[in-house]
Design a binder for this molecule. Sequence first.
Ligand SMILES: C[S@@+](CC[C@H](N)C(=O)[O-])C[C@H]1O[C@@H](n2cnc3c(N)ncnc32)[C@H](O)[C@@H]1O
Length: 266
Amino acid sequence: MNEKATISFTQAVVTNAPAPAQHPQALLDLPPGEARDSLLAVHHVLEAELPKRRLSIYEAGGGSTCYLPLDVLRRAHVTVVDIDAEQLRNNDYAQNRILGDIQEHRFAPDSFDLVMCYNVIEHLGDPEAALARFCAALKPGGMILIGAPNPRSLSGVVTKYSPHWFHIWFYRHVRGRMDAGLPGHPPFPTVFHPLVTLSNLARFATAHGLDTIYRRAYESPRFPEMRLRKPWLAAVVDACAAILNLAWRGAADVRHGDYHVILRRR
Ligand SMILES: C[S@@+](CC[C@H](N)C(=O)[O-])C[C@H]1O[C@@H](n2cnc3c(N)ncnc32)[C@H](O)[C@@H]1O
């Protein structure tokens, strides 16, 4: 840590240029905890497993937030497909922006080293169609990164069975996002098709010639965020989660509100 700081400082003195950033804002914005740890682990897998050359990346469902490690982003040509024109405009790092539906859009076979679908799969009525198109567009050895909320968690169940106006209320008054629900701003209506559980995704992967090379459900960053912003509400939610976890007797942790999965084409 000290060594890195010294190198950056020395470079700054000699060249007067800022040291290149190491992490995307999405990672820096995450509070310390399981979500940050898992995204760092995802970055390590991508940096180790992606070829060390110019990369072709498909981002299915765009927006302004980049979750890729910066070392990967710097040598990537990114194509984004999004159904929302405002979200496409918000994306400032893709070279190729396509207005379309990821459940229908097809690319030529062997097009991409990586397909990433981050906080999108839970919004799809037909995620199988989207995933089948991702597989068809992958190069041999190419990877699919999925980041999504976990339907088998406390926050997943609440999200699935509550109306959309409640999600907008939560974003505005608990998360402090006053633009929530305006055109091009989250939250987007959530479907939670049965395929988007970790176990069903694993079955899909096996049936479609994909190996699961990373898989982790982790505590949603909403928990630490809520503890900071609304401690009284966080105390109630933490108590509910503790009671449910006791009732489940360790079979699952209901706090694990999000997951990462990386699948690789054989
Ligand atoms: C919650 S946002 C996530 C955006 C970005 N990936 C992120 O994590 O910040 C969900 C995105 O999926 C897009 N989306 C939802 N359904 C889609 C579909 N069928 N085809 C393409 N994009 C879709 C929405 O327009 C929105 O941009």
